[in-house]
Ligand binder design. Structure first.
Ligand code: SF4
Ligand code: SF4
Length: 348
């Protein structure tokens, strides 16, 4: 189901050593998404075909004291609402209950150990005693039929904590929660520094090649096709797989058309050097990308290609036929032509 991730706040209280937020490579700020902006964001996301609003990306949603109001907005819109949290806080029992009672569909609780000493290696600043107390309170609410939220206990698995998995699985089972063990990236003993992250991005840009070696014609990145990520400041970032750095901002979500967001993300230079697994584009993906290109050209999306001069890079001998009816067409060698070839999955 297509998911729209929205950070309600630009901060996290933990210092997870494998996370750009936790190491403050992405510093905490006081930015919060205003409720009215959020409401319009949800309406636009719904109109663009997103089924789920995930109230998380690079932040702890429960740091926003109005988080239940945001959940209520999503539920009023008829969309599903998910949250990912650490539950590592005290004094927010009422807020947690308000969020669940507002109709939250799914809650992911991330943890990296059964014992505090192990958990705190990565989840620095986390307090497992508080996490477990909150989990057990939620479990009791579920057991008594007061809430219907699906809860997933997500174990971030590193080499050093793999032997905690069985106990955590049993614990989740006891609480009536789902359990998920996820192989974590990075090493808490070697936290990401701002310098290392900046170097990594420079390296990727240095390695830029228009050939897009990790993507076959006809493939698309699922993070572009199936998700969108919006920061607490309303800016769409390239994808949820990268930090929400300013230089990866695509545009203000409410002010930028769905077509422009898609095309700008699809042709982003960072993607050329990204090894994230792609998937075959579906007919719907191809139609969306073709429509986005037509919109960029000033045409009504999904209609017809305009006639192009021979030297424009988009030579089109039969400009009146619908795009979908021209499987063998030639689009020339210009930049837009290359994009179109990728859209329809033909070898160059
Ligand atoms: S809880 Fe999540 S956002 Fe916060 S530091 Fe840890 S991984 Fe990053
Ligand atoms: S940077 Fe990688 S993961 Fe992100 S949208 Fe591009 S290809 Fe996908």
């Amino acid at each position: 189901m297509p998911i729209c991730y929205v950070d309600l706040i630009d901060a996290c209280h933990l210092k997870c050593q494998t996370c750009v937020r936790g190491t403050r490579v992405m510093p905490n700020t006081a930015v919060k998404m205003p409720l009215d902006y959020f409401e319009r964001t949800v309406a636009k996301a719904k109109s663009e075909g997103y089924d789920v609003i995930g109230l998380y990306n690079w932040a702890e949603p429960f740091l926003n004291a109005k988080v239940a109001d945001y959940v209520a907005i999503v539920k009023r819109s008829g969309l599903c609402c998910d949250i990912s949290t650490t539950l590592s806080f005290a004094g927010r029992e009422h807020l947690i209950e308000q969020v669940l009672a507002a109709g939250l569909d799914s809650m992911i609780v991330s943890i990296s150990g059964f014992d505090q000493e192990v958990h705190a290696i990565n989840h620095r600043g986390g307090d497992l005693r508080l996490v477990k107390a909150n989990l057990e309170r939620i479990s009791a609410l579920k057991r008594h039929g007061n809430i219907h939220t699906s809860v997933v206990l997500r174990f971030l698995k590193f080499d050093y904590n793999a032997d905690e998995e069985a106990r955590l699985r049993d614990y989740a089972d006891t609480l009536g929660f789902q359990f998920q063990a996820l192989q974590a990236n990075g090493d808490p003993a070697r936290p990401a520094s701002a310098l290392k992250v900046a170097d990594a991005y420079r390296e990727r840009l240095r390695g830029f090649t228009a050939a897009r070696p990790y993507e076959q014609p006809g493939d698309i990145c699922p993070l572009i096709a199936d998700t969108i990520a919006i920061g607490a400041n309303g800016q769409v970032t390239l994808c949820c797989g990268n930090p929400s750095f300013d230089f990866l901002d695509i545009g203000d979500y409410l002010d930028t058309s769905k077509e422009e967001l898609l095309l700008t993300r699809f042709t982003h230079p960072m993607c050329a050097s990204c090894t994230f697994p792609r998937r075959p584009a579906t007919d719907a993906d191809r139609a969306a990308l073709t429509g986005a290109l037509l919109a960029r050209l000033g045409e009504p999306p999904g209609k017809r290609l305009p006639a192009q001069p021979e030297d424009s890079g988009l030579h089109e001998p039969d400009a009146l036929a619908p795009v979908s009816a021209q499987p063998g067409r030639s689009f020339g060698d210009g930049a837009l032509g290359r994009v179109l070839r990728r859209v329809i999955g033909r070898a160059p």
